[in-house]
Design a protein around this ligand. Structure first.
Ligand SMILES: [Zn+2]
Length: 223
């Protein structure tokens, strides 16, 4: 079997200076890169090319290494200092200080489940940040008590999904619920632009559904 080959990118040890965990990780990467000559190498078009990690498909390390690390993903928007925000990657160690793959995020070593919890919390946080923009713009706040929120796909004539607070007038069973429904027969065939539009609309719908949920929770707590 011929091992896959990748070129080794230059290491930038200053880039993640705000995060001790990540800096340690980058130093580890630097050390394992220093130890590379013992491993088989290839010469392709005059460039030194080292063999890819044989253990993890996500690992961006090459050559002989015990510290596995994926490339970083980071938010596309840098902060005011030009630094990346919310960098994350996967790491694992084989030898003395062995640990199974974890996700390095927010200066923590997280399991996949913990990572998903953090991401869900951050999504809610971003909605609150958008709410600040709405306040400055003077945009009307969400009205979960009265408004019906709906999502329509490009090409569909009616809403695919609608949601609103519904209050039962039944004296024997007075209660409020979030009524969720779709219009019968609604469907759409989406191209890439249509899919982008639906995704954007669903992303706008979610904070509205969450507002309905929070309103319902308030109503139930006040019973
Ligand atoms: Zn590796």
């Amino acid at each position: 079997m011929i091992a896959q080959a990748t070129t080794i990118p230059p290491l930038d040890l200053t880039r993640y200076g705000k995060s001790p965990f990540v800096v340690d990780a980058v130093h580890h990467v630097a050390k394992s890169a220093d130890a590379l000559p013992a491993h088989p190498t290839l010469q392709v078009r005059g460039h030194l090319v080292r063999t890819a990690c044989g253990k993890y498909g996500w690992c961006a390390e090459s050559g002989n290494h015990s510290m596995h690390a994926s490339a970083y993903v980071e938010a596309p928007t840098p902060d005011g200092y030009g630094d990346c925000v919310l960098p994350a990657n996967i790491m694992a160690e084989d030898e003395a200080a062995a640990f199974a793959p974890t996700i390095g995020f927010l200066d923590l070593d997280l399991t996949p489940a913990q990572t998903r919890v953090r991401c869900a919390e951050l999504r809610v946080h971003l909605e609150k940040v958008e709410g600040l923009a709405d306040k400055v713009d003077g945009r009307a706040p969400l009205e979960p008590a009265t408004d019906c929120y709906a999502v329509t796909a490009p090409g569909a004539t009616g809403a695919l999904l609608s949601a609103e607070i519904f209050r039962s007038d039944d004296e024997d069973n007075p209660r409020s619920v979030i009524a969720v429904w779709s219009q019968p027969g609604e469907a759409a065939d989406l191209d890439v632009a249509g899919a982008d539009q639906l995704i954007a609309d669903l992303e706008q719908f979610l904070p509205r559904l969450r507002a309905l949920r929070n309103h319902l929770a308030t109503v139930e707590a006040g019973k």
